[in-house]
Design a protein around this ligand. Structure first.
Ligand code: PLP
Length: 433
């Protein structure tokens, strides 16, 4: 067999350039991280060659003795990472990613057109929690189920549990989802469980963003309060791209949760598990059990607080006024600029973050904020002082964006994106320094 560089120089070159981009820039996307070499080795291994539909010991293909061992090890380590008793909790490590994990839960527990309540996308929720616009049901979740979002209290930037409680009593969802993609504070899982119990609903937490922090005990654990917990594996948990569903081994509303979840994943939604990912996840979960991982997660939060603190000193407005986890959500509207333009200019100077809606935003295409996360740069060894400097560099980028907007010939974001890519952008020399 030829090595990649000889067999396919085009793909080899793309990988080399992407690796260079990842290492050259400041990676601040809150949902990204750098996984370990050991995880990459497992993911790039022969485990990818094997079909293994079914669960360990109950497969539809032969030759699975080692794959079974890998999946069982992964399951055991997943339960151990979150301190779960295998008599009370089970886990399915086969979902191909976070979105299919969530959809598997919905199809396991609900009938088509049953009702759900999740945090509104515009207020920090995820697409899979039921996103729809007035014109269109966007996410498959809102196509197949009836969704009524709950929202933040715009005056505090915190989840408005009182309105959630009132609306849940009227809407009577069968499932309530705790969890977010852009929320800098902990959820009140106990309160949400009370609300769910009052209407006999299931409570699911989607801890995709914070699962590493939960494993290390630096934020609250959703497990004591939830029937189901889902997560991606590639964000703060620092594993390969994948998804996991944890479930209580009980019955609720006449549904055996374990059977329903396992059947929803396969044969309901998926075929063969991605065994290379499951192997890589087992490695990541071994790493998650170490004192170094706990220290890393403590540093992730300390860094995000240092970043948020410096941004506040520089006069920025943060949704909820600060952070208790790995991210900060900056509302740029008081600065007279938007997230789309700032994201673009920062990209040009190798600072990678993402534009993000903030409560009260009119447009999702030109949202008023940016989301900034600390997990990836913490993996690269950044500490509080470094994140103070990162905040200052972001500030310089915002100042530059404001100037560029003033000199841009057209009013639209599209005009701005073209302008800053062009030679007529007068600050280009500064960017190229
Ligand atoms: N859930 C939450 C809260 C997320 O933030 C994300 C991804 O960003 C997902 C689910 C979906 O994960 P994936 O992109 O792996 O499908």
């Amino acid at each position: 067999d030829l090595p990649l560089s000889e067999l396919d120089p085009e793909v080899a070159s793309i990988i080399t350039r992407e690796k260079d981009r990842q290492f050259r820039g400041l990676e601040l996307i809150a949902s990204e991280n750098f996984t370990s070499k050991a995880v990459m080795q497992a993911v790039g291994s022969c485990l990818t060659n094997k079909y293994s539909e079914g669960l360990p010991g109950k497969r539809y293909y032969g030759g699975n003795e080692f794959i079974d061992e890998s999946e069982v090890l992964c399951q055991q380590r997943a339960l151990a990472a979150f301190g779960l008793d295998p008599k009370e909790w089970g886990v399915n490590v086969q979902p191909h990613s976070g979105s299919p994990a969530n959809f598997a839960v919905y199809t396991a527990l609900l009938q088509p057109h049953d009702r759900i309540m999740g945090l509104d996308l515009a207020h920090g929720g995820h697409l899979t929690h039921g996103f729809q616009t007035p014109k269109r049901r966007v996410s498959a979740t809102s196509v197949y189920f009836e969704s009524m979002p709950y929202r933040l209290d715009e005056s505090t930037g915190l989840v408005d549990y009182d309105t959630l409680e009132k609306n849940a009593a009227l809407f009577r969802p069968k499932l309530i989802i705790a969890g977010a993609s852009a929320y800098a504070r902990d959820f009140d899982y106990a309160r949400m469980r009370k609300i769910a119990d009052s209407i006999d609903a299931f409570l699911m937490a989607d801890m995709a963003h914070i699962s590493g922090l939960v494993a290390a005990g630096v934020v609250q654990s959703p497990f004591p309060h939830c029937h189901i917990v889902t997560t991606t594996t590639h964000k703060s948990l620092r594993g390969p791209r994948g998804g996991v569903i944890f479930f209580r081994k009980t019955e609720h509303n006449g549904i055996n949760i374990e059977t329903a979840i396992n059947q929803a994943v396969f044969p309901g939604l998926q075929g063969g598990p991605h065994n290379h990912t499951i192997g890589g996840l087992a490695v990541a979960l071994k790493q998650a059990a170490t004192p170094a991982f706990k220290e890393y997660q403590r540093q992730v939060v300390a860094n995000s607080r240092a970043l948020a603190g410096r941004l506040l000193e520089l006069g920025y407005t943060l949704v909820s006024g600060g952070t208790d986890n790995h991210l900060a959500l900056v509302d740029l509207r008081p600065n007279g600029i938007d997230g789309a333009r700032v994201e673009k200019v920062l990209d040009l100077v190798s600072i990678t973050l993402n534009k993000n809606s903030v409560p009260g935003d009119k447009s999702a295409v030109t949202p008023g904020g940016v989301r900034i996360g600390s997990p990836a740069l913490t993996t690269r060894g950044f500490q509080e002082d470094d994140f103070v400097r990162v905040a200052e560099l972001i500030h310089e980028g915002v100042q530059l964006t404001i100037k560029a907007k003033a000199s841009c010939p057209g009013p639209k974001v599209k005009d701005f994106l073209e302008y800053v890519d062009s030679d007529s952008f007068s600050e280009r020399a500064t960017l190229e320094d």
